[in-house]
Write a protein that binds this ligand. Structure first.
Ligand SMILES: Cc1cc2nc3c(=O)[nH]c(=O)nc-3n(C[C@H](O)[C@H](O)[C@H](O)COP(=O)(O)OP(=O)(O)OC[C@H]3O[C@@H](n4cnc5c(N)ncnc54)[C@H](O)[C@@H]3O)c2cc1C
Length: 445
């Protein structure tokens, strides 16, 4: 029997339950499909495409060592599958995730079996399977971004895709970087080193969950004392949030009208230095830590007054690790939609707490070199402001105090007034609501 193995989200050959299952059924035809309709959606970008292509290049090399060429096809999935099934006498399609309903129906009508990876009972990662392939298969090149009409999106410091990169990150994280995992993640100067930065690789499935679990267990056995056990436990709990958070619900993402304020936010030109530094960092790297994603989106929605779906879409395009199932629950929550109490942060307090020396802000905003530390986050208060603002650096888009008060009042009007204040290490103030809805957290910084 010839089996088509459709790679959709787990771009690896190790610890791959669906591939191992396919290998046990017959000769395997490994396929990846670029669907132009997906790449023309407003939340997709060239940085995500570039990372995906690098990941596929490595998958193709790994499969080649098993004697299996990876067929790359572009087009609507159903048409591509129909052509391949007819050409290679395929009788079964195996994939990692549930079939989209319209494809499952089509496969049934064609008399094709559609199988997903069976549930795994073993804790050990699966080895690379031995593969047999139908004859005369030739691996073909990846499409260019222009062919899929993906707009250019330069990202000079983007992470590179591919399993080797993922394994390197996991190794450096577990052997050296994770020790500072707890405290450093909110601070932009430290977060890049202290976080695993595995998210983009996990989004594409370059590593399997059991591989990570077994590497974690091995490291824990080596370092049972000191700061390591709790750092590794926290990492493990973050990993489990992937499955706990993921949902298929998405808001309506019809095209949004242009908004000059949104563009200024996106380009790091709002005149609020810390926010601008974060947005320029994101543009150049494609990554921000969790807390900093919250801060940038919250300031956009609640202080700058940007339309929340439009701001979220713009943020989504900037993230190399963009995964709709993880992104949208947080965007909805931060914006305060679907019954969530929103998250709001004071722009200047966040800046002073998370970048206390100003080194991060200065690194990304060289035009503020002349501004003294005391006014770095509030350059409009600097005696020399007239020489800078509106010339080399923009006037602030908002009056921070007025915008923050207005944001708080808008939230209180919708959700009730906060009751008390608490102090935490990276957060200056958390105010709990009078009547918190069940299971909801309301943060006010
Ligand atoms: C507005 C917003 C949008 C987000 N969009 C995405 C997205 O598109 N894709 C994405 O992978 N993550 C998303 N996250 C979750 C989280 O911010 C990132 O996974 C994390 O910052 C990635 O950095 P890291 O790999 O260094 O994570 P680490 O802190 O090292 O965590 C390890 C892994 O655990 C998972 N993880 C960590 N924190 C979370 C979390 N809060 N929820 C779910 N999984 C988590 C990720 O897979 C991550 O790679 C979003 C968060 C927010 C607030």
């Amino acid at each position: 029997m010839n089996v088509l193995m459709w790679f959709r989200q787990d771009l690896r050959s190790h610890d791959h339950a669906a591939l191992s299952h396919a290998a046990g059924l017959g000769a395997v035809l490994p396929v990846y499909i670029f669907d132009p309709a997906v790449w023309q959606q407003a939340d997709r970008s060239a940085r995500q495409f570039g990372f995906l292509c690098e990941s596929l290049t490595e998958l193709r090399a790994d499969l080649a060592t098993l004697g299996a060429p990876l067929l790359i096809r572009s087009g609507p999935a159903r048409e591509v599958l129909a052509r391949l099934c007819a050409r290679h006498a395929i009788s079964c399609i195996v994939t990692e995730a549930a079939a989209p309903p319209e494809l499952a129906g089509w496969a049934r009508d064609q008399g094709l079996r559609w199988l997903e990876a069976p549930p795994q009972t073993t804790q050990e990662p699966l080895p690379q399977p031995a593969l047999r392939c139908p004859p005369d298969l030739v691996a073909n090149p990846l499409p260019l971004a222009q062919m899929l009409r993906i707009a250019p999106d330069p990202c000079p410091h983007r992470q590179r895709g591919g399993r080797k990169q993922a394994l390197d990150l996991l190794e450096t994280f577990l052997t050296t970087r994770a020790e500072g995992y707890h405290r450093a993640q909110s601070q932009p100067l430290l977060a890049e080193r202290a976080s695993s930065r595995l998210s983009a690789h996990l989004t594409l499935g370059a590593l399997g969950p059991r591989e990570i679990a077994s590497a974690l267990a091995a490291r824990l056995a080596e370092r049972p004392a000191g700061r390591w056990p709790s750092a590794l436990a926290q990492f493990q709990s973050q990993l489990s949030r992937r499955t706990a958070t993921a949902t298929t619900a998405r808001p309506d993402l019809a095209a949004m009208p242009a908004d000059p304020a949104r563009q200024r936010w996106l380009e790091g030109e709002t005149g609020l230095p810390f926010l601008d530094a974060l947005m320029r960092y994101l543009k150049a790297t494609g990554w921000l830590s969790h807390h900093l994603r919250e801060v940038t989106l919250s300031l956009a929605c609640h202080h700058l007054g940007l339309e929340w779906r439009a701001a979220s879409l713009a943020l989504a395009r900037r993230l190399t690790d963009y995964d709709p199932a993880l992104f949208w629950p947080y965007a909805v929550q931060i914006a305060g939609m679907a019954g969530h109490a929103p998250r709001i942060y004071h722009p200047t307090k966040q800046a002073l707490t998370l970048d206390p020396t100003g080194a991060f802000t200065r690194r990304w905003l060289p035009e503020l070199a002349q501004v003294p530390d005391s006014c770095l986050q509030t350059p409009w208060k600097w005696a020399g402001a007239a020489r800078l603002l509106g010339r080399r650096y923009p006037e602030p888009l908002i009056d921070v105090t007025t915008a923050h008060t207005a944001a708080r009042e808008a939230i209180w009007a919708r959700h009730g007034k906060p009751l008390r204040a608490l102090v935490t290490p990276h957060v200056q103030l958390i105010e709990a609501p009078l009547q918190p809805a069940k299971g909801q957290l309301r943060l006010e910084f």
